[in-house]
Structures are given as C-alpha cells and as structure tokens.
Design a protein around this ligand. Sequence first.
Ligand code: MG
Ligand code: ZN
Length: 220
Amino acid sequence: MKITVVKNILEANDRIAEDNRRLFEESGLLVINLMSSPGAGKTSLLEHTIDALSGRLRIGVIEGDIQSSADAERISRKGIQVVQINTDGACHLDGNMVRHALPALTLSDLDLLIVENVGNLVCPAEFKMGEDHKVMILSVTEGDDKPEKYPLMFRESSILLINKIDLLPYVDCNVDKVKEVSLALNPDLKIFEISCKTGEGLDSWTQWLDEQVRTRSRHT
Ligand code: MG
Ligand code: ZN
C-alpha cells in the first residue's frame, strides 16, 4: 500500500512539473534546481553567480527554506527578482510549491531562474519542478563518502560543484575519490571544483550557465 501512495504522489508531482516546464519554455527561460546539504554554500554560490552574470543575464531566484526569509533577504540585496517559499516543515520543494511561487515573478523579464532547494541530500532529487538541470553542491567539509551514501542526487544532477576547496588542507576529503564514484554513478556528470571564498573555479561554472541560457534562447 505504502509503495502505491508514494507512486501516486510522484506521478501527480510529475504532471505539475510538466505544466511548469511548458510555462518556462514559453517564457524562454532556463531553470536550474540547486540542491545540497545544509551549509554547503548554495546561497553564497548564488550571490557570486548573480554578480558574475549581472549585465549579461536577467536572473530570478526562488528560495526554498523550511522557515525564515533570511536567504531571500540576502539575495534581494542584489536588486533582482526573488521570492521565498517556506515549506513549513517539508524537507524539499516540489512542483506544486514552485508553481504557486511563479505568479510573484515576472517570467518574461528573466533569462534564468535558479531555484534554491531546501538543504537536504535525499528527497529534493526525487521531486521534479520542471527544471532544465539539477545542479548539486558538495562541500569538501562533508567528506568523500556522500556519492556512495546518497547516490540518487549524483545520478540526477547535470553538474556537481565541489565547493570550499580552499579548506582541503584542513579536512579529510579525497576529491579524486568523490569524482571517481560520482562519475561511476553518472558518466555524464560535469564536475567543477570551486571556492566561493577565493573565487577559484567559479568562471567555469558561470560560463557553463551562460552557455546553457544562450543555447536555450536560440531554440525558442
Ligand atoms: Mg541558503
Ligand atoms: Zn523531503
């Protein structure tokens, strides 16, 4: 019985995600679902990404948190469109939550929408929202065993950002092992090593993002 219930929830979510996707396509918008554990650096990455691409791309952000609007306040200082979703206890965003946040944004004024999911390495990867790409961050402070322990997120993501590489001298994290296990799970995964502190590697990430938006707008 339980399996059937879960399956129905996911099917209902997939239908809503498909509607969102159609809307995003009509608006010529590229949508990224940004996922990680709490504290891996999602909001910091967003701040750097917005700074790097401002003037080139019109970026909007949906912030997902269980409570508080602290992250949306941080992002709103960048002077871009941002909306906060509070999930009231739910540990992930789903298609329906994103759909209800969309009227707060003027989609036709955006090229790129980044949705910062709730900090959690497990179920955010199970719920589609109509995104073009899932992008995940793994901080080196989390250790090198996460791809083995939480394979779904690594399988579902287009991009793995290995963050806080400036801390590598102080933590036990074998980056080669992270890459090897991640690529065994998902041979198409693109991996960038970055530090939001020093700025290292961020150019490759923002360049990838810029290319995705430009390829996308050529097709629509
Ligand atoms: Mg955050
Ligand atoms: Zn959840």
